[in-house]
Design a protein around this ligand. Structure first.
Ligand SMILES: Nc1nc2c(ncn2[C@@H]2O[C@H](COP(=O)(O)OP(=O)(O)OP(=O)(O)O)[C@@H](O)[C@H]2O)c(=O)[nH]1
Ligand SMILES: [Mg+2]
Length: 383
């Protein structure tokens, strides 16, 4: 569900609850919590309190075990006026959310709801807005009986009345399904237009920037193409695709910047962003950008690889770009370079997009790789 728009605070204050998995190390737990806090802030909310719990078999009714539900209820009693809603970083069912809200008497949001909020904030173009609205409606439909949904629906701007009763609920559901149908049609039209545009474009090789969110893809896009794309220290700043023609050392190609990935990105969102992700699926080469200064960068690369597989882009050649090297000390740099070179299956360059360090090496490697692609040879013959 969405956060009700009528909350008293300008930036709603969150109680963040994380359930650790059995396999994670203490360092990972810390890192995941940090990322979660960053997600909350990227949605425009404040973190009032945070709690991390070790894994327990989920309670069917509330997901969180009874003792913990009670513990959190006590916390809310003591600090309830400083907390507007509770974020549970897990896949909880609509019924479990409802049960938790009954006990805690506050809105409860899960990971998917939170990521949807961030996406809704970042959507700029009509296509991105339609994609986010579709994902939100599909998310909200099974949660409609929910006591807070009438508030979130006001925000969604789909013009539904907030009345109660089964009959009203059925009318609301039907309206939502109709809207979903119309949005799907609209997105098909976007997809067709995009296809026509791509066909009409120069038959140049296509290179797409991919990677975890906030690693510096748009910074690199700006640096290479001068395109005025948005750069922000925030998760999911980019939700659209921007494409520009680039000529490097005499060789031309199309470069695209697009939406980033994250652990446990809701599958519904990936499906809704099918059109935007065409630029990834149809690329000849992917520049997989990595934040080398993040301690979890190897896992982030794995997440990106898995997401690429999911969207049908697992077969595309990759040039790995280790970015943000300026944030490492000379010793750390050496360590990262050595350890990564020893294990990577990818050609790799180590750069700082922000400080423009090693960009020439990136350009040379990029052109070398492109010139080895069959498509590139074909297009360069007529030069
Ligand atoms: N120190 C340092 N910061 C960088 C570098 N490259 C990018 N950044 C910063 O990292 C943050 C994210 O950069 P973006 O270019 O917006 O990242 P992105 O991958 O496009 O992020 P999303 O679109 O949100 O997925 C910004 O604050 C940048 O200024 C770098 O080489 N070094
Ligand atoms: Mg970006």
């Amino acid at each position: 569900m969405s956060i009700p728009s009528s909350l008293p605070s300008l930036s709603p204050r969150t109680l963040v609850i994380r359930i650790e998995s059995l396999a994670e190390s203490p360092e990972q737990s810390e890192e995941y919590m940090e990322e979660l806090v960053f997600l909350v802030r990227s949605a425009g909310y404040e973190v009032a309190e945070k709690r991390s719990y070790g894994w327990r078999r989920p309670d069917p009714a509330t997901f969180i075990t009874k003792g913990r539900v009670e513990e959190i209820a006590q916390l809310l009693k003591a600090k309830g006026d400083q907390i507007d809603f509770i974020l549970v970083d897990a896949d909880i069912s609509p019924v479990q959310v409802r049960n938790l809200e009954k006990v805690w008497e506050k809105p409860v949001v899960d990971r998917e709801g939170l990521i949807l909020e961030i996406f809704a904030r970042s959507a700029r173009t009509a296509q991105a807005k339609a994609q986010v609205e579709l994902a939100k409606l599909e998310y909200e439909l099974p949660r409609l009986a929910h006591q807070w949904t009438h508030l979130s629906r006001e925000r969604g701007g789909i013009g539904l009345r907030g009345g109660g009763g089964e009959q009203q609920l059925e009318i609301d559901r039907r309206k939502m399904r109709q809207r979903i149908f119309r949005l799907r049609k609209a997105l098909e039209a976007f997809e067709q237009q995009a296809e026509v545009r791509r066909e009409g474009r120069d038959r140049l090789p296509r290179v797409t920037l991919v990677g975890y969110t906030n690693v510096g893809k748009s910074t690199l896009m700006r640096l290479i193409t001068k395109a005025p794309v948005l750069v922000e220290d925030r998760l999911f700043a980019t939700l659209d695709t921007t494409t520009r023609k680039v000529t490097l050392n005499g060789w031309s190609f199309l470069l695209s910047d697009t939406v980033g990935f994250i652990r446990k990105l809701p599958p519904k969102l990936l499906q809704a962003f099918h059109t935007t992700l065409a630029e990834v699926r149809e690329a000849d080469l992917l520049l997989l950008v990595v934040d080398a200064s993040s301690s979890g960068y190897i896992e982030q690369i794995r997440t990106v690889e898995r997401t690429l597989e999911t969207i049908g882009a697992g077969h595309i050649p990759i040039l790995l770009v280790m970015n943000k090297m300026d944030r490492l000390s000379p010793e750390q740099r050496e360590l990262v370079e050595e350890s990564w070179r020893a294990q990577t299956p990818y050609p790799t360059v180590f750069i700082s997009a922000a400080r423009r360090e090693n960009i020439e090496v990136l350009y040379t490697t990029l052109v070398e790789l492109l010139s080895s692609l069959p498509r590139f040879r074909r297009t360069s013959e007529g030069r």
